[in-house]
Ligand binder design. Structure first.
Ligand SMILES: [Zn+2]
Length: 292
């Protein structure tokens, strides 16, 4: 009986909603029906989140373009999608949608947005911290599903990888990216457990801090107060996008038919770290940090 109840799509959906992403993915591996419910769950979350920025009728076209330009959605929207236990329909979700694209793909996004009624409100230089990794930056406003105006930013990388700018984000939780087929977290243990550590960029964005805190994400100004060994959070440690410990979830795409599709992020090689020292007394790199 209990087994039967657990297999009902409603109960499985509820379990996903209350779980961390790591638990939800493990649960979805149980069998084909759990996998199917998980895909539905993810597809719905993505649709709900995107409808805050664009009309529902344009979502398929949005993801087709995202796929063909090898781009990704980053920032708070991707973060919240990764945190299953955060309600994506809540009113306090981020107010802008951040799109990252490889070098040479900006114009296609500009045309897509303008042809769908978006207005360009700002263009030119990105914020100082993105100066070396973002070639073109533009902000648009567009009518969302409810008819109110939403903000969409497009950042074009200086390289053929969309990932370079991602690691200049302020918080580890923002180092999460949604593509047409994958939701990838480069800090899955931290993000899945609703924790974020401030990285290189200490230019505090009060709004994103407020939004994250509202949804129960605990922000650590450094690893000093983590209270446990750093693990993936260690700023002293170099990491690579091809390393183990990066969580790439095949969420199936908006039509649920892209689960088998290859992931272009897997080919984007970036090596990064978040600092030169580690201030966490529980970490093996603590002394190494002081020598560096
Ligand atoms: Zn450390």
């Amino acid at each position: 009986m209990s087994h039967h109840v657990l297999r009902s799509p409603e109960i499985m959906g509820l379990v996903f909603k209350m779980s961390s992403m790591l638990t939800a993915v493990a649960f979805s591996m149980a069998d084909a029906s759990a996998r199917e419910v998980f895909m539905d769950f993810m597809g719905n979350r993505v649709r709900i989140a995107l409808c805050r920025f664009i009309p529902a009728g344009t979502i398929s076209s949005f993801f087709s373009l995202l796929h063909s330009t090898k781009g990704g959605v980053s920032g708070s929207v991707a973060t919240f999608l990764y945190c299953c236990n955060v309600h994506v329909c809540a009113l306090d979700l981020p107010s802008d949608l951040n799109i990252l694209v490889p070098n040479g793909r900006f114009r296609r996004w500009e045309s897509w947005l303008l042809s769908r009624g978006a207005t360009r409100v700002r263009s030119g230089q990105p914020m100082a911290r993105f100066a070396g990794c973002v070639a073109t930056f533009a902000r648009f406003t567009m009518s969302n599903e409810g008819g109110s105006m939403a903000t969409i930013t497009v950042s074009e990388s200086t390289t053929d990888s969309l990932l370079h700018p991602l690691f200049y984000s302020e918080l580890t939780s923002q180092m999460t990216v949604l593509t047409a087929t994958r939701l990838v977290s480069y800090y899955p243990e931290l993000t899945g457990n609703l924790k974020a550590v401030v990285g290189w960029m200490r230019q505090r964005n009060a709004l994103s801090h407020r939004v994250f805190k509202l949804h129960g994400i605990v922000i650590y100004p450094s690893t000093r107060t983590l209270g446990v060994p750093c693990g993936e959070a260690c700023p002293f440690m170099w990491r690579r996008t091809t390393d183990r410990g990066i969580d790439a979830i095949a969420w199936g795409g908006v039509g649920g038919n892209l689960a088998q599709e290859k992931d272009y992020l897997a080919k984007c090689f970036v090596r990064w770290r978040l600092g030169r020292t580690c201030s966490n007394p529980c970490c093996v790199n603590w002394f190494a940090g002081f020598r560096a």
